[in-house]
Each structure stands twice: as C-alpha cells, then as structure tokens.
Design a protein around this ligand. Sequence first.
Ligand code: ZN
Length: 129
Amino acid sequence: MSLEPIAAAARAAGPEDDGLPAIRLDTDADAGGLVAWFGADAARGAARVVIRGEEAGVVERTALYGLVANRTLGWGDSIGATLPGHPAWEPIKLHCRVPGCPPVWALGYDAAAPPECTIHPGELLRPAQ
Ligand SMILES: [Zn+2]
C-alpha cells in the first residue's frame, strides 16, 4: 500500500482533534506501520497523519481498515513478509518540548537528524528519556 490512499482517506482536522497523536509517514513502507500502530492498541481510534512532512489530516481506524480490507493484491504485490524474529515496525514515540504538544509517532528515527514538530516549527522531536 502506498501513502496516497491514506492521504485520500484522511479527513480535515478540526479543533476536536487537538491532542490526537500524530504519526509521521515518510515512505510507502510506513503505510504498513500505520496499520500496525492501530493494531497495537484497540483504544486507538484516530490519528493525525503527517505524510512526507505535511499534515494530511486525521485518519480514523475504520477508514484505514476499510482501505486495507478492500485492497486486492496484484501480480508481484507482496503483503510485506518480514524476517522471523524481527518485528515489522516499532513505532517510536517522539515528543516536542512545548508543553501540551501531542506526541508524534515515527516509524524510524535518526538521532542525528530528528524531525521537526509540524505544529511548532523549529522544535525538534525527540524520544522520551
Ligand atoms: Zn510541538
């Protein structure tokens, strides 16, 4: 799955969405990570998605699962088999230094080049200590 259907399934974020966790999706492979993030906790009903650094809106669990369920595999497609013993995705919870800023989940993190908060430009996101 690529990121475009996720972007298309996202709805505009409103004031009621303040405080939702954000998930950064930078590559098509991260699409599976978003599914895994929802799958890891049944209480997760929605998330803001940041696709390639841009706020893309809010994705509801049901909308995402609808995308996955309706997907048909074509010739050469792969469901994303992974090596045994390695978790497919380990989302990393990142925090902005601004109090009250919701956490951001990323599927990869480079300490030498931490991502910026999309709400507070200039603030770098870092894992909790
Ligand atoms: Zn922030």
